[in-house]
Design a protein around this ligand. Structure first.
Ligand code: ZN
Length: 425
């Protein structure tokens, strides 16, 4: 593991540097624990044995693990700490806990995040905020919006993948399903890194490649790695899916498609190369079978106003909002909802309903919308199946296929027929 010496882009003014230096120089006292080595020694040993040559060649990935912390504490054995603003590095023998009082940062003076400190342990394990444990490096970055810090974990790609499998799938599932998930998650992360997407969207250096969240992928910590997830990560080390132009693809996955997967363009604005919608009868007997949700006409009207504001429906629709609403008969795999206001015909992408009402009311994009009339009133019913956005690999489908004896290559080629498996490191 090498040290990450990040630079601050658009450096803050000198007085802020001094202020930050003073804050970060006020470090908490050293703590000793005779039991530390005894308690964690076995994990450290295991880790040393498992680190093979493949791990060494894996690229490092920087993952945002905590946001907007008022305080950050990092402890470990034989800590090495670097303050980036003063360019000072210090090594602490034995056990040490370092606290950062981020609430004292005057971040209003900064218009960009600043990389403040990086910590590593030659013994391998770092404890973040007396709770989660990580291998690799931890970076402390000033938050842009508040007087607080963000925490970034940097580790090699395959350790990241091994921890992620317990969070994004289930480490008890068959190894071939885990291997398919490992390739999918590695492709997703490497695409984010290569494209610099997070930095480009932010418009400034973020000091991380992707978030640990449902928005990106949920990362695990040291204790989420077990022999099975590590073996799935190492058996597929360096393997990714590439698109028809041989570029590392943004590979998407979801819990359950409910019968058919979707293309990225069905769900999001942007078009992504090489994706196909495939039939998937394999997830049917796994997870929740079906769902139904009710929506009132007033909620649908609010949705229509929102869709108009966002440019998904024409602005002129507001002139017809008082006219009678009529839904055109919908079917499960239709991509659009068509409706009339009086004699005026409109349509919108079906997936907008999930985006607006959220995943608790609309768990998947695979549903049929109906009008239910009862006495003199009427409401809308969403009858659906599946869980998640529906794009790319269906995880419960992959589970079923692995149980039938399919290997990960066959599973991936089923959900990504336009992509090719490639080894990039
Ligand atoms: Zn499925």
């Amino acid at each position: 593991m090498t040290w990450y010496f990040g630079t601050t882009e658009g450096a803050p003014r000198l007085k802020n540097w001094i202020l930050l230096f003073l804050i970060f120089a006020s470090i908490a006292s050293e703590e000793t624990s005779a039991n530390f080595t005894r308690v964690y020694g076995k994990y450290l040993q295991e880790n040393a044995v498992q680190k093979g040559p493949e791990i060494k060649s894996a690229p490092s990935v920087r993952v945002l693990v905590q946001k907007s912390r008022k305080d950050v504490s990092i402890s470990g054995l034989d800590l090495k700490r670097k303050f980036h603003l003063s360019n000072r590095t210090k090594h602490f023998a034995g056990r040490k806990k370092i606290k950062f009082k981020c609430s004292e940062l005057r971040s209003a003076d900064f218009n960009k995040p600043v990389l403040l400190a990086s910590l590593g342990s030659s013994a391998g394990l770092l404890t973040l905020n007396n709770d989660e444990k990580f291998n690799g490096l931890i970076h402390v970055v000033s938050s842009r919006d508040s007087e607080s810090c963000d925490v970034v974990h940097e580790t090699d790609m395959d350790t990241y993948i091994a921890g992620l499998l317990a969070k994004e799938m289930n480490s008890k599932w068959p190894i071939e399903a885990l291997k398919a998930q490992a390739v999918a998650a590695r492709s997703y992360a490497l695409h984010k890194m290569q494209s610099g997407q997070v930095r480009k969207e932010a418009g400034f250096e973020t000091f991380y490649d992707l978030e640990s969240s449902e928005k990106h992928q949920v990362a695990g910590n040291f204790f989420d790695v077990n022999p099975k997830t590590r073996s799935a990560a190492l058996a597929t080390s360096g393997q990714v899916l590439v698109n028809s132009r041989s570029k590392i693809a943004p590979v998407f996955f979801h819990a359950k498609c409910g019968g058919q997967t979707l293309r990225p363009s069905h769900v999001w604005q942007n078009k992504v190369d090489s994706y196909t919608s495939v039939k998937c009868p394999f997830c049917e007997n796994h997870g929740q079978r079906a769902y139904n949700s009710k929506l009132t006409l007033s909620k649908i009207k609010k949705f229509i106003y929102w869709a108009k504001r966002k440019g998904h429906l024409p602005a002129s629709i507001k002139e017809h909002m008082s006219k009678p609403f009529r839904l055109v008969r919908d079917k499960k795999f239709n991509r659009k909802i068509h409706f009339y206001l009086g004699s005026h015909n409109y349509s919108f992408k079906k997936t907008l309903l999930r985006r607006y009402f959220g995943r608790f009311i609309v768990p998947s994009n695979n549903f049929e919308m109906k009008v239910i009339r009862k006495n003199k009133s009427a409401y809308f019913q969403i009858d659906g199946a599946g869980l998640g956005h529906g794009v790319g690999m269906c995880q419960l489908g992959a589970l079923d296929l692995a149980q039938r004896g399919w290997d990960y290559k066959r599973i991936l080629s089923y959900y990504f027929p336009g992509h090719t498996l490639s080894k990039v490191y």
